[in-house]
Design a protein around this ligand. Sequence first.
Ligand code: FAD
Length: 403
Amino acid sequence: DAGVVIVGAGQAGLSAAAELRKRKYEGTITLIGDEPAPPYQRPPLSKGYLSREMPLDRLWLKPEGFYAQAGIALRTGTRIKAIDTSAKSVIADDGERIGYDHLVLATGGHARRLNLPGADLPGVHLLRNLAEADALSADLEGARRLAIVGAGYIGLEVAASARKRGIEVTVVEMAERPMARTASALLGGWFGAIHRGYGVDLRGSTPVKAILGETRAQGLKLDGEEIEADLVLIAAGLEIQTGLAEAAGLAVDDGILVDEQARTGDPHIYAVGDVARFPSARYGRTLRLESVQNAIDQAKIAAQSILGMNVSYDPVPWFWSDQYELKLQIAGLIEGADTMVRRGDPEEGRFALFHLKEGRLIACEAVNAAPEYMAAQRMIAAGATPDPARLRDLGVAMKDFLS
Ligand code: FAD
């Protein structure tokens, strides 16, 4: 038996392997990743690991002995360059062929490089993996000023971590406000004000023309202005790795297309995590999510599907971000919302924004407000239609919405 081969040893790949063993899959499991490190958590790379509050050994998703104990053949430092679907095997960079009965693609992506003059200079950083985080952290050592291109979650988290290390930070963003792609205007604007309060020079509606410097990055060239910096981080989103799938003739459209069981058009091949696009009955369209929740839950579905279980993936997405002492938690997707209800006072640094569509709760953005977030998750899943006046009323406990 060739068993299950998983390409990509990140959160999703590891979760698929662990779920198979947990559910007593008895075949071979081979987990293949091109990074040198065993599977680790990415979220701390821009947060506690970068601010040096979290040591390296807390990044590992599983303890060292796990893989041998669970009978998972972990092959780090191995890049797969092709899939031979007719022979049911994958081909590594060195030409080795590894056969599979079922193949799981969990290849995630790279941080997007911008096509800017100077983008290849030393001192220009990207942040997706551990090696990049270590390079960024080492370069921050002794630096006075950091310039960040992009005010999405990663850009802002790095800004907060760098401020904790006493570094001056400028963030430039093309959109008008931070987190414009995923967060509500109120939340994005509020986080922008928080960053400015911590001394970050945060600029919206500001395109970058070039990275300054001859032999090393020295700042950013904007429209009619230059920003000096000792190093630059490009935080401009993810470029997913769909090349293997495409070359194998699988359907790809901003993500490897899969069904509710995480299966591609080839019945022996699955795709999970950041790289997969799946149909959601809940949202009436396909989704591709970039979150730990999705990496774990979709990988479990793929594993269960390989085991012949009758499962279907249609999650209420959730996500978090830590910036300074603020814990942001988001449940659901705010697209299509027609009403926003605020509970709590943003001035006090603890509040929740509930987003409703035709009376139904579809999303919640909670800042240091875990009870609101947790109740909202369950209410969204249940299709609840809470009374906005009661939602707003701090005198009504969140648990009262759950009965
Ligand atoms: P990845 O984690 O990208 O893993 C894919 C792996 O496959 C990589 O190791 C890659 O090198 C490898 N690979 C690719 N191609 C090949 C090949 N051909 N052969 C072999 N190996 C290959 N999410 C949250 O929910 N909350 C957060 O707070 C949060 N913070 C984040 C902060 C940072 C700095 C980053 C980078 C991400 C953050 N995320 C967060 C997103 C989350 O980490 C991702 O959604 C998650 O890691 C996706 O897992 P994945 O397994 O699909 O992909």
